[in-house]
Design a protein around this ligand. Structure first.
Ligand code: 26V
Length: 815
């Protein structure tokens, strides 16, 4: 403790250059973070040396997104240093929790896919799997959302302006990444050889961030690439007076790592995005190939020492790039190279939405990556020959599995490319993996059967339970024993308290405490007063039509109208909390945000309903805000149109923290139901098969609305301008879609949803029944730990051994 105090003070003087008396909170945070980092680095170097000495196989997780959030308390907790730092800092007159807020979120991701990558990194460290996460060090992460007059506005996220104490720049780890130019085919001693003469070169510089596993036993690196030009300033141009032109190349190179693309917007085939993809794939493969050559001296054994996981199709170019490295640069014969490539790579699919599947125009490919296009053509030729063997003469079959989509103006299909180049392809929930086999990858699965496997997502309990909900964690430790933090399956012993009213009371007290905290935060930020005794109903996720925030707000409108009809009835007080960002160009999603805020304005200020219903839209949703909202939730909204949410992971976080789920049979909701029991979750609505059928029949909802006066009235209210008196026609497009173009089944599912919500109200009114269900959710969520998910990847895809979630060595708890 004394050592930590003196180290923090030394950092303040020597690394920050300030006396304690001059230091700002930001300075203290940096000094504390650097003090902690020193302790991490020792573990990191030891872990690294051990894994190299043992020649262990390494996992390389390639992802364009890592939605890390804050690292300070995460690293403190995993290092077992939370308490000592808290005391040491307290002695210095600074509050640990105040410092925590000085850290900006690292928002290098859009949503679930990026957050999954972050949870996986933590679990791989925890399970002592040597791993490196590879991605891009974006100068600006996901935009900052500001709500002005109910509308979303976007501002750049300047997360690096105060520096980043966690990262180590590695100026010596630099790779050249090439673009453009042409390919020459030469005869090299009787063998045809391709030589790529690129037109442009960009440098990739490494930045490493340590990711500490639970109990600090193992540390892995997240290696993010930053782009720069090998020729940053043309002096002759500068001297001639053209100052901008002199650094034009630098600007072009740096554009690659400037910002993160939205993932929930149709990929418009923008060149910069393809440049990002190749940039990070090339740098990462060069890096891992160099490491392998350093230890093994040749590349034939690559798949024995390296498992490369492609997080969605964004790194699919790895298939062509690894082939290029092996064949063009290391003289492999094509077939040998192909074996090594397929044995090394595997691919995770995260969505089946046809508009979300990445494709690139052949013409763009040819201009940017001419050699890769040739390689893809050759892969396709051998692949189509196999298809021809399997189904002779079947042109439709060949067209359906081809890597080139000939129909839509010749485009390269990145999902198909990743599939044929991988030995395992996984979906992210049982239902999603089944649908993969039945829909987009049906024909490929037929050709390469046995490759598709399921790995249901998980979440790290260290962040989403221990850190986010310390009060619940203490109670669970008291009830089930301290070991739950090492082995969440022990949570099942909570079931023995299921009839214990004393425990019920404590459990409710924890939830109440968390709700008071959240109500305070909302009061401070939004000036809305909330009753912590009300049911906190939470929907937090990207704003998207398929996630159906519209269904939720439509139910709020109907409920409001019912309350006004009958204000004396025994209404359950409810707070509907929304948070989430819409892609900047997704106008309809932004209109839904405006609708939520406009409904909030009317409902929250109508004395006629006596404060029984409140609607709150919290701005700028991110990992840290999720950590504040989730522990306070009573109800978790997981209401996507069935068949459209691949898994969901917010659903797991909320249930783990004792929220009951109201949801459709979609994604991991199904497995949550299987685990918590059908009595402890509220399922409603159409199933995936019903949705497919109904879409074939037509999307007009006139008949449905005619049969549901409540739905008709709610839509009428929105259409009439009740919530937008300043612009009565504002929500006409929404009303129209609800009536005539109900692609997402909002109208079709409305009655079922409304009824399920009233079932929730009834259950809430019987306090012991509600508490029981809530406890059972916590007790039965252990399976959704990302440690379990990573074990499955390790066994079935990567073929790497996992360490235990190590019990603490005595020294790990001390400073
Ligand atoms: C992309 C697009 C692009 C076109 C317009 C519609 C649309 C909708 C969604 C997406 C997201 C693609 C990838 C993604 O983020 N998937 C998410 O991955 C999570 C982790 O596996 C999973 O829990 C979510 O269900 C899934 O949506």
């Amino acid at each position: 403790m004394a050592e930590i105090k003196s180290d923090v003070l030394a950092k303040l003087r020597l690394a920050i250059g300030k006396e304690a008396s001059q230091a700002t909170q930001q300075d203290w945070y940096h000094a504390a973070a650097l003090t902690l980092r020193d302790r991490i680095v020792h573990r990191w170097l030891t872990a690294d040396k051990e894994s190299y000495d043992a020649g262990r196989k390494r996992v390389y997780y390639l992802s364009l997104e890592f939605l890390i959030g804050r690292l300070f308390t995460d690293a403190l907790n995993n290092m077992g240093l939370m308490k000592v730092f808290e005391i040491a800092l307290g002695d210095l007159g600074v509050g640990l929790m105040d410092l925590r807020k000085c850290e900006p979120d690292a928002a290098l991701g859009n949503g679930g896919l990026g957050r999954l990558a972050a949870c996986f990194m933590e679990s791989m460290s925890t399970l002592q799997i040597p791993a490196i996460g590879y991605g891009i060090r974006y100068d600006f992460g996901l935009f900052r959302q500001v709500i002005v007059d109910g509308w979303q506005h976007e501002y750049p996220d300047v997360w690096l302006s105060f520096g980043n104490p966690w990262e180590f720049q590695r100026p010596e780890v630099v790779y050249h990444v090439h673009f453009g130019g042409g390919v020459e085919h030469v005869d090299d001693k009787g063998r045809a050889r391709a030589v790529w003469h690129p037109g442009e070169t960009v440098q990739a510089v490494a930045y490493d961030t340590p990711i500490v596993g639970w109990r600090g036993q193992h540390v892995n690196a997240l290696r993010l690439w930053s782009a720069r030009s090998p020729d940053p300033l043309k002096l002759d141009v500068f001297n001639s007076g053209d100052y901008l032109g002199a650094s034009a190349e630098e600007a072009r190179a740096e554009a690659i790592c400037k910002f993160l693309y939205p993932n929930d917007e149709s990929p418009a085939g923008r060149e910069l995005r393809l440049r990002q993809e190749y940039f990070f794939v090339s740098a990462s493969l060069q890096d891992l190939v160099k490491r392998h050559l350093g230890s093994d001296g040749q590349l034939r054994s690559l798949s024995q020492k390296a498992a490369v996981q492609l997080n969605d199709t964004h790194p699919s170019l790895a298939v062509a790039e690894l082939m290029r490295i092996l064949v063009d640069l290391h003289n492999f014969r094509w077939d040998e190279a192909w074996k090594v490539t397929v044995a090394t790579l595997s691919y995770t699919n995260h969505t089946l939405l046809p508009e979300a599947l990445e494709t690139w125009p052949v013409e763009l490919f040819e201009r940017l990556l001419p050699r890769h296009l040739e390689i893809i053509y050759r892969i396709n030729a051998q692949h189509l020959a196999l298809a021809e063997q399997r189904a002779p003469g079947d042109i439709d079959y060949r067209a359906s599995v081809s890597l080139i989509d000939e129909k839509s103006g010749r485009r390269v299909r990145m999902g198909q490319l990743a599939f044929v180049g991988s030995h395992r392809i996984n979906g992210v929930s049982a239902m999603h993996s089944d649908l993969m086999k039945e829909t987009v990858f049906h024909d490929l699965n037929h050709l390469y059967s046995g490759r598709i496997t399921n790995k249901t997502n998980g979440i790290t309990f260290r962040r989403w339970l221990m850190l986010a909900n310390p009060k619940l964690t203490s109670l669970l430790q008291e009830a089930c024993g301290d070991a739950i933090v090492d082995d969440p399956t022990l949570l099942s012993s909570l079931e023995s308290y299921i009839a214990d009213s004393g425990f019920h009371q404590k459990f409710r007290a924890v939830k109440h405490h968390n709700k008071v905290q959240l109500a305070r935060l909302i009061g401070e930020r939004m000036n809305v007063r909330l009753d912590p005794g009300a049911l906190f109903d939470v929907q937090i996720k990207r704003i998207h039509e398929y996630k159906r925030q519209l269904l939720n707000i439509l139910e709020a409108v109907a409920l409001y109208q019912d309350m006004k009809d009958n204000p004396q009835a025994d209404w359950v007080p409810r707070v509907k909390i929304f948070a989430g960002k819409a892609a900047a160009s997704y106008r309809y999603a932004k209109l839904i945000i405006k609708l939520i805020n406009d409904v909030a304005e009317v409902v929250n200020n109508d004395p006629a309903i006596g404060g029984k219903l409140k609607v709150v839209f919290m701005a700028d949703y991110n990992v840290s805000l999720a950590e504040a909202i989730i522990p306070a939730a009573d109800l978790s909204e997981q209401i996507s149109t069935a068949g459209m949410e691949a898994s969901g992971t917010g659903n797991m976080k909320l249930a783990l923290n004792g929220a009951l789920t109201i949801g459709t049979l979609d994604g991991a909701n199904i497995e949550i139901r299987d685990n918590v029991g059908a009595d402890n979750i509220a399922i409603f609505g159409m199933e995936a098969g019903d949705v497919m059928l109904r879409r074939q029949q037509g999307l007009d909802a006139t008949d449905i609305i005619r049969r549901s006066p409540r739905l008709a009235r709610a839509i009428d209210a929105i259409a009439s301008g009740l919530f937008s008196p300043d612009e009565p026609g504002r929500f006409e497009p929404i009303a129209h879609a609800l009536r005539h173009l109900d692609h997402y089944m909002v109208s079709a599912d409305f009655d079922s949803y409304y009824e399920a919500q009233r079932g929730i109200d009834a259950r809430w009114q019987t306090v012991p029944a509600w508490t029981r269900a809530s406890i059972l959710n916590v007790a039965r969520m252990a399976w959704f730990s990302s440690d379990r998910t990573i074990r499955e990847y390790a066994d079935d895809i990567w073929n790497v051994p996992v360490g235990p979630v190590a019990a603490a060595p005595a020294h790990a708890q001390r400073a």
